[in-house]
Design a protein around this ligand. Structure first.
Ligand SMILES: CC(C)(COP(=O)(O)OP(=O)(O)OC[C@H]1O[C@@H](n2cnc3c(N)ncnc32)[C@H](O)[C@@H]1OP(=O)(O)O)[C@@H](O)C(=O)NCCC(=O)NCCS
Length: 253
């Protein structure tokens, strides 16, 4: 009798053990799973954003969605025409929380037909940032660059932003005037010229960068500046219109 009871007990123990070691227990009972559940419970937005990102990636990249090239906050949009090219070499983050803006406004990208948008690494576009391309325009942005909040990029010809740049909130970068000026002699100014922003450029808040400007590597644009002329590398420019106030500088990210 005793032996049978012992056997039964052992059998139950073994059963329990095998179910504990079972695949389902390993998945749902594991500390890692419980930790993930706790994180989702405490930040439901994270979960919603993950599902939303899945749909965004699936719509843009079809079956290659599994690489998750876009991580998007719920509500942010990429309106891409069928004949537009969106190349993401790293990962594009849309939304998130940044200093300077806690509004959670939607991030928006418009890529009409004939445009090329190249994301050359890990790039973050903060809440309320709008990137608007006109048909045929080229836009590229380098690795480890971020644009904090409510900034506007309007590209009608070409805008290229280098790597490791920090662009603060409320900044406008536009390579077009939208209207042309006709002078006394009948000549017209050129309405649009490409903008090139080098590597590791820091643009302070509420700046405006106008058409045809090239900003050299490691330069700093002071807050509220209007840049309508080229900026040499390693220089600090400030004011409206921006003038070089210091040269031979660098800045720490
Ligand atoms: C660019 C900045 C960091 C420079 O700081 P700094 O090295 O301490 O510069 P200084 O205060 O010594 O200024 C140097 C000169 O530039 C001028 N200057 C600096 N910022 C200016 C601005 N925004 N507009 C006009 N002139 C400015 C100063 O008046 C000074 O001129 P002077 O030598 O004739 O007196 C600072 O001016 C700035 O813009 N800070 C805001 C950064 C920002 O927007 N951060 C957002 C988060 S990323």
């Amino acid at each position: 009798m005793m032996d049978a009871a012992n056997n039964n007990g052992e059998h139950n123990k073994n059963n329990e053990k095998s179910s504990r070691n079972g695949r389902w227990f390993r998945l749902f009972g594991s500390p890692r799973f419980r930790k993930a559940l706790r994180i989702i419970w405490n930040n439901p937005k994270l979960f919603i954003n993950a599902i939303y990102s899945f749909f965004v990636c699936f719509r843009l990249f079809g079956l290659k969605f599994y690489r998750f090239p876009v991580i998007a906050d719920f509500g942010s949009k990429i309106r891409k025409a069928h004949k537009a090219k969106l190349e993401i070499q790293g990962r594009l983050y849309l939304g998130g929380r940044y200093i300077g803006d806690q509004s959670g406004a939607d991030t928006y990208m418009k890529l009409p037909r004939g445009t090329t948008c190249r994301i050359l690494g890990r790039v973050k576009l903060g809440p309320g940032v709008r990137v608007i391309l006109e048909p045929g325009a080229n836009f590229s942005i380098g690795d480890n660059t971020y644009i904090t909040a409510a900034s506007i990029i309007h590209c009608s010809t070409s805008i290229s932003i280098g790597r490791d740049c920090a662009i603060a909130w409320g900044t406008t970068i536009m390579d077009t005037d939208f209207h042309s000026i006709v002078y006394e002699d009948g000549n017209q100014n050129s309405i649009s010229k490409p903008i090139v922003i080098g590597d590791k450029v820091w643009i302070g808040c509420n700046c405006t960068i106008l058409k045809g400007v090239t900003i050299g590597n490691n330069s700093v644009i002071a807050a509220n500046s209007l840049v309508n002329r080229d900026v040499p590398p390693n220089s600090l420019v400030a004011g409206n219109p921006a003038r070089v106030v210091k040269t031979g500088i660098d800045w720490l990210a």
